[in-house]
Design a protein around this ligand. Structure first.
Ligand SMILES: [Cu+2]
Length: 392
């Protein structure tokens, strides 16, 4: 663990307060190199696989890449503008594909189906033992569906939180160009967002209304909102049978990104104190009562529909945000092999109401989106049952 020694002075008790000498994006690249080196050592042959005959290797694994993260990095890490447009075209294709589940009468298309499946399970997939694996599997199905139904040839990109976190309007994910996932919302006066179980207030950004630029402005969303963090955005219903057609709202909230997407937080969760066990790792990544952490900060940085724990999938950036969460999970798993196969927590939202502990045999249910699989099948992204991907 050469890398840990290099970082040792940055870790320990001072990790959350010291200002590391490298910026977060560079630290993430160091972590990436460390993970790639570990995988080269440990994955000379395919992992045993759960169902025998695993054909997934490092050489044939899919590579999920950065939507674009700035000129500092080598070009092959990044999506080209043409690749970004291909991804956008495929997402539009889902938006114009029919809903597959008649139970979701509010869903007008297959994009809405994802919102509905997530909304129906919200209290059993957050603050739970399956949080990381459920979302890992959901975005995998999303990726594979873009490929199988919409002719997409690439893989799911991720939003690199550690670039442009001081001005989200400059982020290639949110800059409003035709190679972004849309820009900020129209200005709509509101009183900011209340998050962290009511204990944290985030000031309003410059948006709050309908996304005003980018490739998806003409699309209508239909489900929710159920519990948007943004004040003044009124929830209207709580099931998937009542359609609420509207524009997608966003309020790019730099107060969330700049305070949370820091080198100290990145180090803490990947190699610092919080990385010690699956329990401490997932709590730090996800956030707990009264704290804003990486997962929550991404949602609140989007604001508007993206800030709704039930229906944040209405913001197409959801998938790139959760790919980044999954990337950190993958990095952490490679660097902590003794913990990588474990789960921690129960089967209800922060154990409310009290419930049994989750296990790796629990099924990840995907409604009509895809087959249910046990957690153990998606613990290894190179396990071939069905996952076979890495990040770069
Ligand atoms: Cu979720």
């Amino acid at each position: 663990m050469r890398f840990l020694l290099v970082l040792a002075p940055l870790l320990g008790a001072t990790v959350t307060t010291a200002a590391p000498s490298k910026d977060a994006a560079m630290i993430l690249q160091d972590l990436q190199k460390q993970v790639e080196a570990e995988l080269q050592e440990t994955h000379q042959a395919p992992a045993p696989g759960r169902h025998g005959g695993n054909t997934c290797t490092l050489a044939n694994a899919a590579i999920r890449r950065d939507w674009y993260c700035g000129p500092l990095l080598l070009f092959h890490f990044l999506l080209s503008p043409g690749e970004r447009k291909e991804y956008i075209r495929a997402v539009k294709c889902l938006w114009t594909s029919p809903s597959v589940d008649p139970a979701f009468s509010a869903a007008q298309n297959h994009f809405d189906d994802y919102v509905a499946v997530h909304m129906n399970q919200t209290n059993f997939i957050h603050g739970t033992a399956n949080f990381l694996t459920w979302h890992r599997y959901l975005i995998y199905i999303w990726e594979q569906t873009l490929r199988s139904q919409c002719g997409y040839k690439g893989y799911l990109p991720y939003w690199n939180w550690f670039k442009h976190q001081t001005d989200l309007t400059k982020s290639p994910v949110f800059d409003g160009t035709d190679t972004s996932l849309g820009g900020d919302g129209e200005f709509l006066a509101h009183n900011g967002s209340v998050v962290g179980a009511g204990r944290i207030w985030l000031p309003p950004g410059n948006g709050g209304g309908c996304v005003k630029s980018g490739p998806f402005v003409q699309f209508t969303i239909n489900i929710g909102p159920v519990q948007p963090a943004m004040q003044g955005y009124t929830p209207v219903f709580t099931d998937v049978k009542h359609r609420n057609p509207r524009c997608q709202r966003r309020d790019l909230t730099t107060a969330a990104s700049v305070s949370t997407f820091t080198a100290a937080n990145l180090l803490n969760v990947t190699v610092g104190a919080a990385s010690a066990t699956i329990g401490t790792f997932q709590d730090e990544l996800q956030g707990s009562l009264g704290t804003l952490r990486l997962h929550g900060a991404g949602h609140y940085a989007m604001g508007g529909d993206g800030s709704d724990v039930f229906t944040s999938l209405n913001d197409p950036a959801f998938y790139l945000h959760h790919a980044m969460i999954d990337r950190l999970y993958w990095i952490w798993q490679v660097l902590h092999p003794a913990e990588a196969g474990k789960v921690n927590g129960t089967v209800t939202f922060r154990n409310n109401p009290p419930s049994r502990p989750g296990t790796v045999d629990d099924l990840l249910e995907m409604g009509g989106l895809g087959p249910a699989v046990p957690i153990r099948d998606v613990l290894d992204t190179l396990g071939g049952t069905p996952l076979c991907y890495v990040y770069r």
